[in-house]
Ligand binder design. Structure first.
Ligand code: CMC
Length: 422
């Protein structure tokens, strides 16, 4: 069987045959048929906008791999900083490379004092930490004039290092401001997750249980990348204009903030709290099915149609955390929801399964994070995924500034009507 596709324009009888490579054929075939012919594909459901070698995802089989390595192995054996190196460089670091990378990240965690004193202090006392983080990432870029020099590899590497290293500092700063607590400076002698947790929680003496440190690292690994999701696509689209990476990251973070994307973990906790008791689960499910209530938050995924491998790992991590913190009272409701939904024809036929956000919120809450910080916790590790894609985009000769076409549905040409005649 030939690995080609032939498209015929029935209006003209013109035919074009192009190769199918890895299940993809070039849209240039359509251009060749007729340059004024376009494909209508809202939400890019059937469109591959780039070639990428970073993350492989098979939604039907529930497979997720970073640079070829299964997420299950990385979550069990690796660390977030090692995974960050892998995503950015394509290979796992050797001991020397890891030591240099870890040292460099650790020594770029501080932020300019004016970020805290002038910028963050200007927010209203009850500002949402994610709204603050989005603006803070963008503002951070104004401290580095070399950030605009995106054609220089040296400059790109420096901005990547700064962003990866400073995100936890920015994130904890946003939290401490909203809680009215004094800012805690980074500690260069402890691990990446331990430093973040210390900046979040330290008031006087602070001792961190290693199980919580590891859980944080695993959550960072699981959230580090997820190929062309909404936030990463925002990063690529904005980055394609050749703006500096801080501005692109702010755009990606803004996309992540939405409740259909990274904001879903927040929505899950609100939903579980609203349900209130396991006995109310069947009624809630009926409301979801009837379309009268909300969606079942933390369920369903554009790509995973079997199971989300991250959800399986997160569920296990939840129990590790609960060993230290005691169980989350909402867990029973979540387990019941999962049980009822997975046995229900509505969810089975639509291939709706728990996604990464279903259990992550329960862990965050048990660890003491306020709900408003959940998406911030997602943004910290996802920054490296955004940057890996940004780097890839800039090196991809096929890429140009993103500029989709539209299917015009407005008025035809008409003459201006004077105000007095309207
Ligand atoms: N609860 C109830 N029904 C649902 C849900 C849900 N969570 N998700 C999808 N459906 C139904 C939907 O109503 C539709 O039914 P019908 O065919 O009868 O109209 C069908 O399933 C297909 O839904 P869709 O909206 O066309 O699917 P999509 O691929 O556009 O949406 C999604 C994917 C994640 C936005 C959606 O499943 C959803 O809204 N889930 C809840 C929010 C959530 O948990 N988001 C986190 C996603 S994972 C983290 C990330 O990577 O961002």
């Amino acid at each position: 069987m030939p690995d080609t596709i032939t498209i015929t324009d029935d209006r003209t009888g013109k035919t074009v045959t192009v190769p199918i490579t890895d299940g993809v054929f070039p849209a240039s075939a359509v251009r060749e048929l007729d340059p004024s012919l376009f494909i209508y594909d809202p939400a890019f459901m059937q469109t591959a906008a780039c070639r990428s070698a970073i993350t492989y995802l098979d939604g039907d089989a529930g497979i997720l791999r970073y640079r070829g390595y299964p997420i299950e192995q990385l979550a069990e054996k690796s660390t977030y900083l090692e995974v960050a190196y892998l995503l950015l460089n394509g290979e796992l670091p050797n001991p020397e490379q890891l030591a240099t990378w870890s040292h460099d990240v650790t020594h770029h965690t501080f932020i300019h004092e004016n970020m805290r004193k002038r910028f963050v202090d200007g927010f209203h006392y009850d500002a949402h930490p994610m709204g603050m983080l989005i603006s803070a990432v963008s503002a951070l870029g104004t401290f580095y004039n070399d950030a605009k020099d995106i054609d220089s590899k040296e400059s790109r590497d420096k901005q990547i290092l700064r962003l990866v290293a400073k995100m936890p500092t920015l994130a904890s700063m946003c939290y401490r401001f909203s809680a009215g607590l004094p800012f805690v400076y980074p500690d260069n002698d402890i691990s990446f997750p331990a430093n973040f947790l210390q900046m979040m929680w330290k008031i006087g003496e602070y001792e961190l249980d290693p199980r919580l440190e590891r859980a944080m690292d695993v959550l960072f690994i699981l959230h580090a990348d997820h190929e062309q999701n909404c936030g990463t696509t925002a990063m690529r689209v904005v980055g394609s204009s050749h703006v500096d990476p801080y501005s692109s990251c702010a755009a990606a973070a803004a996309a992540l903030y939405g409740p259909l994307h990274g904001g879903a973990n927040e929505a899950v906790i609100r939903m579980l709290t609203e349900i209130g008791h396991v006995d109310n689960v069947p009624k809630f499910i009926e409301e979801v099915k009837s379309g009268k209530g909300s969606r079942l938050m933390g369920f369903g995924h554009r790509v995973y149609k079997n199971f989300d491998p991250r959800a399986t790992i997160i569920k296990k991590t939840a129990y590790d955390v609960f060993e230290v913190t005691g169980t989350n009272p909402l867990l029973d409701i979540a387990l019941k929801l999962e049980e009822v939904a997975l046995a229900d024809e509505y969810f089975i036929s639509r291939k709706l399964y728990p996604n990464v956000d279903f259990y992550s919120g329960l862990i965050y809450q048990a660890m003491g994070f306020p709900v408003a910080m959940f998406t911030v916790l997602f943004a910290i590790p996802r920054t490296v995924g955004w940057l890996a894609h940004w780097q890839e985009l800039l090196g991809d000769k096929d890429q140009k500034i993103s500029r989709p076409r539209q299917w015009y549905a407005g008025e035809d040409a008409r003459d201006y009507i004077d105000l007095s005649a309207r």
